[in-house]
Design a protein around this ligand. Structure first.
Ligand SMILES: NC(=O)c1ccc[n+]([C@@H]2O[C@H](COP(=O)([O-])OP(=O)(O)OC[C@H]3O[C@@H](n4cnc5c(N)ncnc54)[C@H](O)[C@@H]3O)[C@@H](O)[C@H]2O)c1
Length: 351
């Protein structure tokens, strides 16, 4: 049984959704929707999709659409996702699921009341480096994970467009990039309950649009607004005492760097930039190098796996496993970090 899919918002990241659906025999792309009608039409032509519209409600009212990928700016995620769930569609919503805790709570209610599936686009969970780590974790190879450390530093990587406008994005690199690596660590730590966060944010350098001879990820629509943080650094504490340290930037005097590490009482792993497992046997430290096609974060394979997984959820072969409840916990964590940065003190996470 194929799932009939519409993609809502067909800017930059929608390309990965469209390609992955197009290559998956279990999916039929039936519609694209974008507030920019010409972009919707161009995408429909590019991917041979029968229908293009600029009206989201039209897609949601269509009984010929089973599921939607939501790839619009952050602020619109929750309202479109809730409308889609209530219209009887299954939803793959790009990260972050919601900008506020209140919106995230509404999505939890919507999934409970409709029984429809909501999956968050945490693509990093689906790349082979993470899948292998998870398998080893589940087999107990690392023991209990009590610390994790995650970094995505871009020296000059503000995508521009709505990403720089806090009213549409909800924040800068923390909510955009940090959300990916916080989730990956949190998922691998066994999704512990967050109890507090301490963070700091800085806006010292701006968007660095002056930097030349350096390509960067760009949002589809240009805008010169930039009122988000350049750099965020934080520590999140969890029930049981585990901690997660994160730092992430759009602009920083630093080398570009991505790293994700987890540390357990039996072993540890560096998932990015290249998968490496670390343990001890017979009083000797061991570095274990798995032999897999890509030790780094393979975006293309991760996306194909994520879309295939979502289609299995749509066919009810498996339940959603990056759920609205998990999106709510993320909203609590991100909100607490921003609040901590604002007041300059650790913030308890209450529920
Ligand atoms: N998973 C990842 O690795 C990844 C990477 C990049 C972006 N993202 C996420 O994907 C989302 C989109 O990011 P992007 O980089 O593609 O942005 P983008 O600006 O390139 O594209 C967004 C598209 O949404 C359209 N749009 C805006 N308002 C709309 C509305 N009301 N109805 C329909 N369409 C509307 C815009 O016209 C644009 O075409 C963001 O939430 C971002 O966080 C995820």
């Amino acid at each position: 049984m194929t799932t009939r899919v519409a993609v809502i918002g067909v800017g930059a990241i929608a390309t990965q959704h469209l390609i992955s659906y197009q290559h998956n025999p279990q999916a039929e792309l039936v519609a694209v929707c974008d507030i920019d009608r010409a972009r919707a039409k161009a995408r429909a032509d590019e991917f041979g999709i029968p229908r293009a519209t600029d009206v989201v409600e039209e897609v949601l009212a269509d009984p010929g659409v089973d599921a939607v990928s939501i790839c619009v700016p952050n602020l619109l995620h929750a309202s479109i996702a809730e409308a889609a769930l209530r219209a009887g569609k299954d939803v793959l919503v790009e990260k972050p699921m919601a900008v506020t805790v209140g919106e995230a709570e509404a999505l939890v209610r919507a999934t409970q009341e409709t029984g429809q599936a909501l999956q968050i686009g945490y693509v990093r969970r689906f790349a082979p480096n993470a899948l292998v780590t998870k398998r080893f974790l589940d087999e107990g190879e690392f023991g209990d994970i009590y610390a994790a450390r995650a970094t995505i530093i871009r020296a000059a990587g503000n995508p521009g467009g709505w990403f720089g406008d806090i009213g549409v994005s909800g924040g800068g690199p923390l909510i955009d990039l940090g959300v990916h690596i916080i989730d990956l660590c949190w998922y691998l730590m066994g999704m512990p309950t967050a109890v507090s966060a301490s963070g700091a944010t800085f806006s010292a350098l701006g968007a660095r649009d002056n930097i030349q001879h350096l390509s960067r990820y760009r949002a589809a629509s240009a805008s010169r607004v930039n009122n988000v943080e350049d750099y965020a650094t934080a520590q999140v504490r969890f029930e049981g005492g585990a901690v997660l340290d994160v730092d992430t930037s759009y602009s920083l005097h630093a080398r570009n760097a991505t790293s994700v590490k987890i540390h357990g009482d039996k072993g540890g792993a560096e998932i990015e930039p290249e998968l490496l497992m670390i343990t001890e046997r017979h009083d000797t430290l061991l570095h274990i190098h798995p032999q897999i096609d890509s030790l780094g974060f393979d975006f293309t394979v991760g996306f194909a796996n994520q879309i295939d997984h979502f289609l299995r959820i749509c066919r009810r072969e498996i339940p959603a496993d990056a759920t609205a409840e998990q999106g709510l916990e993320m909203a609590r964590i991100l909100t607490a970090i921003y609040e901590s940065a604002r007041i300059g003190a650790e913030v308890p996470i209450t529920r």
